[in-house]
Design a protein around this ligand. Structure first.
Ligand SMILES: C[S@@+](CC[C@H](N)C(=O)[O-])C[C@H]1O[C@@H](n2cnc3c(N)ncnc32)[C@H](O)[C@@H]1O
Length: 238
């Protein structure tokens, strides 16, 4: 087993997202990079500019992205889904229509969606091509899939300082276009550099602890705040 194969293991994924805490801790540190934009802003602009009437999101997490779309376009019929009941509950608490669903068996008919969103989740699914086939199935002809993911060097400065290695996943900036190209004719990618800011060593260690208690423990002490680069990609496919 390689060092990152646990990322797609169902027990690991279920444990990681059994509550919203890990995701909220990680998300709180991210801000725009040198271009002044965050990948979430880029993703939102792409979804809205495609003017969809019906959108399905898979792996919606706490539903913040769905909420931000609906705040701008309340008439979109937006259904958020996630494997984790805790995430679905959090999304519903934001007023988002949300359902528990595994990304490879979606409760929607063929060709019923104009848009689909998969943000920072395709590196977790055990059957990546099965999920992409399912997204292709629920999208109408010409409907667009919007995705976001991380690159190989994402947060590698912090990981290396803690004695770890960059995270190699099944769906990274470096291979995402090729993977999507197996199911969609047209794929466009924008790489977006982002920034993680930690107020102090404890905050950086707490971040690492959300996925690796070992790395959290081995992070050498430092004083004051620190900032690290993140490397993400936002892609659209139809
Ligand atoms: C890293 S979080 C991203 C959440 C959200 N999209 C965001 O950007 O904040 C990954 C999410 O995918 C969900 N997930 C993982 N595997 C899944 C699967 N096979 N089907 C549906 N959701 C899944 C997890 O429960 C978790 O909420």
């Amino acid at each position: 087993m390689d060092s990152t194969s646990h990322l797609t293991e169902s027990d690991h994924v279920a444990g990681q997202y059994a509550s919203t805490d890990n995701l909220r801790t990680r998300r709180s540190v991210w801000g725009p990079g040198p271009e002044g934009v965050s990948p979430v802003d880029v993703l939102r602009t792409l979804v809205l500019s495609s003017r969809p009437r019906r959108v399905i999101e898979i792996g919606c997490g706490t539903g913040q992205f769905a909420r931000s779309i609906l705040d701008q376009e309340p008439n979109i019929d937006y259904v958020a889904t996630d494997l984790s009941p805790a995430m679905v509950e959090a999304a519903r608490a934001l007023g988002v229509t949300a359902e528990v669903a595994s990304s490879d068996v979606l409760p929607f008919g063929d060709g019923t969606c104009d848009g689909a969103v998969a943000a920072w989740m395709l590196y977790h699914v055990p059957d990546l091509d099965g999920t992409l086939r399912e997204l292709r199935r629920v999208l109408r002809d010409g409907g667009t899939l919007h995705v976001a993911t991380n690159g190989r060097e994402h947060l590698s400065g912090l990981l290396r300082e803690a004695g770890g290695e960059p995270l190699v996943t099944q769906f990274m900036s470096e291979n995402a276009a090729e993977v999507l190209g197996r199911h969609f004719e047209h794929v466009a990618q924008r790489d977006v550099e982002t920034r993680a800011t930690f107020a102090d060593h404890a905050a950086a260690s707490a971040y690492l602890a959300t996925f690796s208690p070992e790395l959290a423990q081995s992070l050498p002490h430092f004083e004051g705040p620190r900032t690290y680069a993140g490397h993400t990609a936002v892609l659209s496919a139809h």
